[in-house]
Design a protein around this ligand. Structure first.
Ligand SMILES: Cc1ncc(COP(=O)(O)O)c(C=O)c1O
Length: 392
């Protein structure tokens, strides 16, 4: 067992930054007011909420009134898709939704549920071998009754970037709404809402060194949206419930810090990612890079390794060597079902079951990459031998 912990699972979640903890601290202790209260503690909480909203709006190139704080990325996705779908139908726009086969389940399952149980018609666009959809595909799928198109900015399993700005231009010209799940892009990609040209954009603070359980939904002014959580008039009547000031302050602090360091972090992570990719492809035979070779997240290296009976043994072996990694697949211990993302990219099951995702953060180093490159090849060799023995 290694004493050093090398965290390479930033696509799952990131360590909270110490400055973020410090910014949150008062709101966990002395500053416990409810922003709806009129007394001084309440007013202090409201001021913190306003400041956080302004900081998030600045990071997105938006105005504060366009920002809704939610309980996480999944909730923001649900509110965007459901809220826009129901509001659009109510206004007589129609009931057709478009998304892609490799969206996070927070979008995909929501669209599927709207189709199955709520009378919407849905188009789930296929992707190419790299996980990309084209603007032409979206254009061909648009109909007069299309209410919403949801295409993610970057995929969480294979890192592939989608041409969201080009797609958004088409969608909005057509008169439909454009949502992007930018959860994997927060603090690392350009998430300016005007450059992207989107109506709705989702972020989750825990992916950019903020706390878990707080999400952001950008809603362009004038976008019809039916609230999902009804009750009080918080968040301009779009998301009821006493605001989680502590988490919201943490989210805003983290986003401001991450966006300020975005270029330097992206360059550092891209360099380490490319070292990982080149090193692993050279040292582990019969291994393929998954996702797009260049249009991919700066910190995400993902592979399909042939000859393994599953990813669990690989992840446990890496864990014993002090490396936290992920399969990036929906494998369960009970089945060897490969991930829906890899299947949508057309990867054969035998390859897809051996998936590995290494997702870097700004705090990773060359020594971390060296350790992976020293550990992985002999580990894969041992596991392949084991798989051969079990089969034979
Ligand atoms: C692309 C994407 N969308 C949505 C989510 C959901 O975010 P949360 O876990 O904060 O609900 C995730 C988290 O894994 C994600 O990677």
């Amino acid at each position: 067992m290694s004493s050093r912990l090398i965290y390479l699972d930033h696509a799952a979640t990131t360590p909270i930054h110490p400055d973020v903890v410090a910014a949150m601290q008062p709101y966990l202790t002395t500053q416990y007011g409810n922003p709806s209260s009129v007394h001084s503690l309440g007013r202090a909480a409201l001021a913190a909420l306003d400041d956080a909203r302004r900081a998030v709006a600045d990071a997105l190139g938006a105005t504060p009134r366009d920002i809704i704080f939610t309980g996480g990325g999944s909730e923001s996705d649900n509110l965007a898709v459901r809220g826009a779908a129901f509001a659009g139908r109510e206004r007589g726009k129609g009931a057709h939704l478009i998304t892609t086969a490799i969206e996070h389940h927070a979008v995909l399952h929501t669209v599927e549920q709207l189709g199955r149980h709520f009378g919407f018609t849905t188009t789930i666009l296929p992707v190419d071998e790299y996980g990309r959809v084209t603007p032409a595909q979206v254009e061909a799928a648009l109909r007069p009754d299309t209410v919403l198109v949801s295409v993610m900015l970057a995929n969480n399993e294979i890192g592939t970037l989608q041409p969201v700005a080009d797609i958004a231009r088409l969608v909005r010209r057509h008169g439909a709404l454009m949502h992007t799940d930018a959860v994997q892009g927060g603090g690392i990609l350009d998430i300016n809402v005007d450059r992207l040209g989107v109506d709705l954009l989702t972020l989750a603070a825990h992916k950019f060194h903020g706390p878990k359980g707080v999400g952001i939904l950008y809603v362009r002014q004038g976008t019809p949206l039916l609230p999902e959580i009804t009750g009080g008039s918080q968040e301009r009547n779009r998301r009821a419930g006493t605001e989680n000031i502590t988490a919201i302050v943490g989210a805003a602090t983290a986003l401001t810090w991450a966006q300020a360091n975005r270029a330097a972090h992206a360059a550092h992570m891209t360099r380490l990612r490319d070292r990982l990719i080149a090193g692993i492809l050279a040292a582990v035979p019969d291994t393929a890079l998954t996702g797009h070779p260049t249009q991919r997240l700066p910190g995400l290296a993902s592979f399909a390794i042939a000859g393994l009976s599953g990813a669990e043994e690989l992840l446990l072996g890496l864990d014993l060597a002090g490396i936290c990694a992920s399969s990036g697949s929906a494998c369960t211990s009970a089945s060897l079902e490969p991930s829906y993302v890899l299947r949508a990219c057309g990867l054969p099951s035998a390859l897809a079951v051996g998936s590995l995702r290494l997702s870097l953060g700004y705090e990773n180093t060359d020594a971390d990459v060296d350790h992976v490159l020293a550990t992985l090849p002999p580990l894969v060799e041992r596991l392949r031998e084991l798989a051969r023995l079990m089969q034979g």
